[in-house]
Ligand binder design. Structure first.
Ligand code: SAM
Length: 362
């Protein structure tokens, strides 16, 4: 990849290039942008903005994030909620507490609730189905997104039949060796991928993603992530910087900058223009202006934290997670204001993905 190759080509041509590039070319392209000057990155950002506008216009969708349990049976090496972290504070929300969080968000106009937790076996299919049914009864014009980890195909089917619309499950890394550096041997990339394909087959809108600058990540492992995204064609892609947590084996890693995440957001937007792309909380943790910069890089989703204030500190995936102020449901009016000030348009509808439409066109 050379910089002169970029001049004069359209974002559509660059999109086709990214969709067809092999692993080596993708890795070189990622390296090229990581090392590029500000003007080149600005060009990439402009392409990403155009790609987003063509699919979604200037709309920015809001999702209320409800972190309902900090218990986890997994041991992801990077995560503060990992089972072996004896210092983690554990909590679970009751069904009533979860519904009350949904109501708060609903009253502010938000029509998507993202229910996220560690992998907590105490939320059985029965319990989750009952909860989803109740939410759908009380807030019928809303979408329910689950992010509760790996489950069996039958379980995913039951939750879908109960009314769940979307499912977020990051693949974390599509490279086997890299995945093994981030997880214990009991957690396998092939299981993760299988879950994602099952979810898609059932009919969920599916979200996946990965951390940026995670330990041992390289441009080549990122190329594998891009190839997997091309194969899965998810509806949503959540990426955010890896941020070390002090109680994990990666505690000594450097606090990240937002730079690589912003570049990858733009590349993903150009490659798959129909995806929903959040400007994540981790991006805002890495950079005070992370939300704004994420939106300017091609993101089009914001996920205000709507969990009960008293539990937010305990949902500690990484250090310095912002739990108050910007990025929370309490800052409602400011969100609207600053999205508008970026020339974008806050949209509180369900905000379904355009990925299927794009898929059909290809
Ligand atoms: N248990 C569910 C699952 O596994 O999909 C959802 C909860 S999990 C804690 C949500 C996401 O947090 C993970 O997919 C991971 O990418 C992200 N995460 C965990 N630790 C992180 C860290 N140290 N820095 C940035 N993101 C992190």
């Amino acid at each position: 990849m050379r910089s002169d190759m970029l001049f004069g080509i359209t974002e559509e041509a660059f999109s086709s290039f990214l969709l067809q590039a092999n692993r080596r070319t993708l890795a070189e392209t990622i390296r090229f942008f990581f090392e590029a000057d500000d003007q080149t990155i600005e060009e990439l950002r402009a392409w990403a903005g155009k790609a987003r506008d063509k699919m979604y216009g200037k709309r920015v969708f809001f999702r209320a994030l409800i972190e309902f349990s900090s218990w986890c049976k997994n041991d992801c090496y990077y995560c503060g909620l990992q089972r072996s972290n004896q210092n983690a504070v554990r909590y679970r929300l009751s069904d009533d507490e979860i519904i009350s969080c949904c109501r708060t968000a609903y009253e502010r106009g938000i029509r998507t609730f993202v229910l996220q937790s560690g992998e907590d076996p105490s939320y059985s299919d029965f319990r989750l189905c009952r909860l989803i049914t109740e939410i759908k009864e009380q807030f019928p014009d809303s979408a329910v997104t689950l992010s509760v980890g790996e489950r069996s195909p039958d379980s995913y089917q039951r939750l879908f039949d109960a009314g769940a619309d979307r499912y977020l499950l990051r693949h974390e890394s599509a490279n086997e060796d890299h995945y093994r550096k981030l997880h214990p041997p009991t957690q396998r990339l092939c299981d993760r991928k299988r879950c994602l394909f099952h979810l898609k087959e059932i009919g969920y809108e599916v979200g996946t993603g990965f951390m940026v600058d995670s330990p041992d990540q390289t441009n080549e492992t990122l190329a594998d992530d891009f190839i997997f995204l091309r194969e899965l064609k998810p509806d949503m892609i959540g990426i955010g910087p890896f941020i070390p947590h002090h109680d994990t084996r990666f505690a000594g890693y450097e606090f990240p900058s937002a730079k690589h995440t912003l570049i990858l957001l733009s590349l993903i937007r150009v490659m798959l223009p129909g995806v929903l792309l959040p400007a994540t909380t981790a991006l805002a943790a890495a950079d005070d202006r992370g939300f704004e910069k994420g939106l300017m890089a091609g993101a089009n989703v914001l996920m205000p934290n709507a969990s009960p204030l008293k539990h937010r500190d305990a949902y500690a995936l990484y250090d310095h997670k912002p739990n108050e102020g910007k990025g929370t449901i309490e800052q409602w009016h400011q969100w609207v204001h600053w999205v508008e000030s970026l020339g974008l348009q806050p949209d509180f509808s369900r905000g379904d993905s355009k990925m299927k439409q794009m898929d059909g066109e290809r």
